[in-house]
Design a protein around this ligand. Structure first.
Ligand SMILES: Cc1cc2nc3c(=O)[nH]c(=O)nc-3n(C[C@H](O)[C@H](O)[C@H](O)COP(=O)(O)OP(=O)(O)OC[C@H]3O[C@@H](n4cnc5c(N)ncnc54)[C@H](O)[C@@H]3O)c2cc1C
Length: 381
């Protein structure tokens, strides 16, 4: 058997992939990250990071203090009619664009010794002669181990015939997401807003340089009703909420066109595929209204790295590594994901959303409990 080119192959250089690449490369192993895009790039994401990730990001060398990031401590949620409910955020978070964050993580992974290849779209990952092989348009890359961190939905999901790809439309799939960056005066630095509209909700908070990130999730049916036109959907559906009307009529867009993605699914997924550990959204996506997917992706990398090192140093068998990862993943994320799915299924329709907000608004302890169920404690550092 020919010696594989690398020790670890990382498919997808987003948060989870770049973090695990750095942690494994730091111990001297040959790590290859294959990323289909080019850094820096904008991504569809609300860009609110829970405080639980701060120690880990500092451990990874992300220069958070250089960017004077807004610290977020309050949540305001409005129902379809624009009625506002306010909640304190016990742990809180901060705003940081993916444009800066992913690029900083790529730089730090390279400094640690990982090879990060940009513009390499992986079509599939297979096992051949005891090695993991990633197939891209430009060729094949081999490694002893591989992790899958290609995000919500990618070509390897289709090639691997994953269950969620074949699912029929239901309440947890069939979403689209859209992101704007705005110049907008009305959003205080310490606030994250969640404004509901028919079959969707929009998150608004600040990132670096006073920019406001406005990212929303909507059922795909809203876009169909608007003839596939995002601007029309915003005018005719989102702006029925007076809070969103004020935003869209007074904001100055900073992108020529908003970013958008489709086929977003919150269905259950598996945590391994063809012998690969799956990290971040590849293993399961939490509803964005929980504001916590990025910290889960980073935490998954933090959980997986020691197991990958044990496997590379042959202190653990492949079977043990996969089983232990599965266990750690479930211990850390099962409750959050389940809670997120329940909340996601209740938001969107006018009366369930108004009812749920009414209950949470009049019961601060219950509201804090729900928020706590979807968050974890700080890690790393
Ligand atoms: C509308 C919306 C709002 C959100 N808001 C927030 C928020 O405010 N706070 C929060 O914490 N989370 C939020 N999230 C969730 C968060 O964006 C994700 O959980 C997080 O980005 C997951 O990171 P990841 O590393 O798993 O995947 P990603 O960051 O998506 O990285 C995957 C990488 O893989 C690359 N890739 C994909 N396919 C291939 C391929 N075939 N070959 C090579 N490379 C590939 C991609 O280009 C990408 O760089 C939101 C999600 C949505 C949908």
């Amino acid at each position: 058997m020919k010696e594989p080119d690398y020790d670890l192959l990382v498919v997808g250089g987003g948060l989870a992939g770049l973090a695990v690449a750095q942690l494994v490369a730091r111990s001297g192993w040959r790590v290859l990250v294959l990323e289909k895009g080019h850094y820096p790039h904008h991504k569809v994401c609300g860009e609110y990071l829970s405080e639980e990730v701060r120690p880990f990001l500092l451990q990874l060398g992300v220069p958070l203090s250089q960017w004077q990031l807004p610290v977020i401590r309050r949540l305001e949620v409005s129902n379809h009619a624009g009625r506002v409910y306010s909640f304190p955020l016990a742990l809180g978070g901060f705003g940081l664009s993916r444009f800066l964050l992913d690029d900083a993580l790529a730089q730090q992974a390279r400094l640690a010794g990982a090879v990060v290849k940009e513009g390499e779209m992986v079509l599939e990952v297979v096992q051949e002669d005891g090695a993991m092989v990633a197939v891209t348009r430009s060729g094949k890359f081999t490694a002893r181990l591989a992790v899958g961190s290609w995000g919500k939905r990618g070509q390897p999901d289709v090639a691997g015939q994953r269950r969620f790809i074949a699912q029929r439309p239901n309440v947890l799939n069939q979403f689209i997401a859209v992101k704007h960056h705005f110049e907008l005066a009305e959003v205080p630095d310490d606030l994250i807003r969640l404004d509901n509209f028919q079959d969707g909700y929009a998150g608004l908070s600040r990132v670096e340089n006073g920019v406001v990130c406005c990212c929303y999730l909507s059922r795909a049916s809203n876009l169909r009703k608007a003839g596939g036109n995002i601007g029309r959907m915003e005018r005719e559906i989102l702006q029925q909420n007076p809070r969103l009307k004020e935003v869209f009529t007074s904001a100055r867009p900073l992108y020529e066109r908003p970013l958008s993605i489709s086929q977003v699914s919150f269905s259950e997924k598996e945590q391994s595929l063809n012998g690969m550990l799956l990290l971040g959204d590849t293993a399961g996506l939490i509803a964005p209204l929980c504001g916590n997917g990025m910290s889960m992706a980073l935490r998954a990398a933090w959980l997986a790295a020691p197991l990958l090192l044990d496997r590379l140093e042959e202190r653990m068998s492949q079977v043990q590594m996969l089983a232990e990862y599965q266990k750690r993943w479930k211990d850390n994320f099962s409750v959050r994901l389940k809670t997120g799915r329940v909340i996601q299924a209740m938001f969107g329709s006018e009366w369930p959303t108004a009812g749920l907000l009414g209950i949470l608004g009049s019961s601060p302890r219950l509201a804090q409990w729900v928020i706590k169920q979807t968050h974890g404690q700080p890690f790393g550092g």
